[in-house]
Design a protein around this ligand. Structure first.
Ligand code: 5AD
Ligand code: SF4
Length: 484
């Protein structure tokens, strides 16, 4: 999917934040794998369960309900779930010896794709719930507690977003000053390597009014930056209040009017759906951050065709030219797959060439992983694993070099920094640059939620260092500490 939104991107699978801890409430532990959309879904599931008396815990051994929100995009991601379920079985038995009940639920794309098979492979699981029915989670949990084994993976007829409760202000605040907001789900593109059209279903856009109301609520609770999410987010469309059809560009113009919301982002996009209005939004909206995740996947037209990408390498390059003409400081990000069936050395060299031509600020690259049920998995010219390994190494070396060079090019420049959270080292805060890089700053520079003007002083391996522009040099020593 164009959701680049994978575990590889966001680091190790994260448990969502603990909030509203109370000894009398039942507790749920949620572990999230994969993309940002899963992060968002986990929050919404927590909001739904909160209404049923569940508080979040970040200690799995205290949990009355353990929910794994899973990812099916590559085989490795899916297999992780089963090894985790093995560990959880031991925990469940341990708690049972103490007379405590533990419900185990599997949600997300593995749930959708494998359904009943999960109960067969991991009988410890009590409930399996697909992404289209999260609004039914509280009742599914109640039935599971009454002893039923449940697989809920039918696509619901009702709109789950209409039925999911809005997060409490307190919950929004506990999640920080940046937030995800899913505006679109599913995909109709059917790239031949991708499971998303099967796990997340057909493209659905949330209505304008719903999206605007949710963004306003987030802003009122103190959120400064919203990232609109969708597997194919730039295919989002909806009817505006004036009755005309809006695209994502128009929606961004509308969201930019919300007071307090200072930064907008969206991910992930398909090249075919980058229309003029969206490009104009990049030109005209200061609030729209100059960073674009626009996967190309491969540089060879032959492979792009086999992938059913519906664009050529030249189409992609022309598009980038137009985007850069509209917003010259835009940083490009992408996804790449190496070793798609039939990929020759020459095809791979075309991928290396397009990477050189675009010059990415950031990118994610993967070895092709055949996914059951997708056309790619049936192709008979699969590439040997060692060839994929070698290509991936070369590609990643080039992408890492481009990322380093981009970070280095910012040294000495003044930028706006949104302060997000405490750093790992005392006395530091971490913020994000407009280009999504973590930036470390002395904590006396401002408060979380502030956007401050800083000068980049140094580029570390994973983060940038800076000093506020209105500071004297002696105050900046604390900000020079280690890298995060
Ligand atoms: N094998 C490897 N990578 C994949 N992706 C999607 N499906 C596969 C697959 N079967 C990658 C694509 C996509 C990103 C989220 O994951 O690059 O953009
Ligand atoms: Fe993205 Fe293609 Fe998968 Fe759709 S099918 S989510 S466009 S990679």
């Amino acid at each position: 999917m164009e959701q680049n939104l994978t575990t590889e991107r966001s680091g190790s699978p994260a448990s969502i934040e603990a909030e509203a801890k109370s000894p009398t409430r039942k507790k749920v532990f949620v572990k999230t794998y994969g993309c940002q959309m899963n992060v968002y879904d986990s929050q919404r599931m927590a909001d739904a369960l909160a209404q049923d008396g569940y508080g979040l815990t970040d200690a799995i051994e205290d949990a009355d309900l353990v929910l794994l929100n899973t990812c099916h995009i590559r085989e490795k991601a899916a297999e992780k779930v089963y090894s985790e379920l093995g560990r959880i079985r031991v925990l469940k038995e341990e708690r049972a010896r103490q007379g405590r009940e533990t419900m185990i639920g599997v949600a997300g794309c593995v749930a959708q794709a494998e359904g009943q098979e999960i109960l067969r492979r991991a009988p410890v699981v009590d409930l399996v719930i697909g992404p289209q029915t999260y609004h039914r989670l509280p009742s599914v949990v109640r039935r599971a507690r009454a002893g039923e084994k449940i697989v809920e993976t039918e696509y619901a007829i009702e709109d789950k977003f209409e039925h999911l409760p809005a997060p409490e202000r307190k919950a929004v605040r506990s999640r920080g000053v940046t937030a995800f907001l899913t505006v679109q789900e599913g995909c109709d593109k059917f790239c031949t390597f991708c499971v998303v059209p099967y796990t997340r279903g057909a493209e659905v856009s949330r209505p304008v009014s719903q999206v605007v109301a949710e963004a306003e609520r987030l802003a009122e609770a103190g959120v400064r930056e919203v990232t609109l999410l969708g597997q194919n987010v730039n295919a989002w469309h909806g009817e505006g209040p004036d009755g005309s059809e809006w695209g994502l560009g128009r929606l961004l113009f509308r969201l930019a009017e919300i007071p307090g919301l200072d930064r907008l982002r969206y991910t992930t996009s398909h090249p075919r759906d980058m229309d003029d209005e969206l490009i104009a939004a990049h030109r005209d909206l200061d609030k729209l951050m100059p960073y674009l995740h626009l996967p190309v996947q491969a540089g060879s037209d032959r492979i792009l065709k086999a992938m059913n990408r519906r664009h050529t390498a030249a189409d992609y390059m022309r598009l980038i030219e137009r985007i850069r003409a509209a917003r010259p400081d835009i940083a490009m990000s992408g996804d790449f797959i190496v070793g798609f069936p039939g990929e020759t050395d020459e095809d791979f060299e075309d991928t290396m060439r397009i990477v050189r031509d675009v010059n990415y600020a950031q990118a994610f690259s993967f070895k092709y992983s055949p996914r059951p049920g997708t056309p790619g998995a049936e192709m008979d010219n699969q590439v040997p694993e060692e060839v994929k390994d070698e290509r991936l190494q070369r590609l990643q070396a080039l992408l890492a070099e481009q990322q380093r060079a981009f970070a280095q090019s910012l040294v000495g420049r003044e930028i706006d920094l949104l302060l997000e959270k405490p750093g790992r080292i005392d006395g530091q805060l971490v913020g994000r640059s407009p280009w999504l890089q973590p930036v470390i700053v002395d904590e006396r520079a401002g408060r979380i939620g502030d956007i401050i003007r800083v000068r980049i002083t140094r580029a570390g391996s994973h983060s940038l260092f800076c000093q506020p522009v209105d500071w004297k040099a002696d105050l900046t020593e604390a900000a020079k500490g280690g890298s995060v």
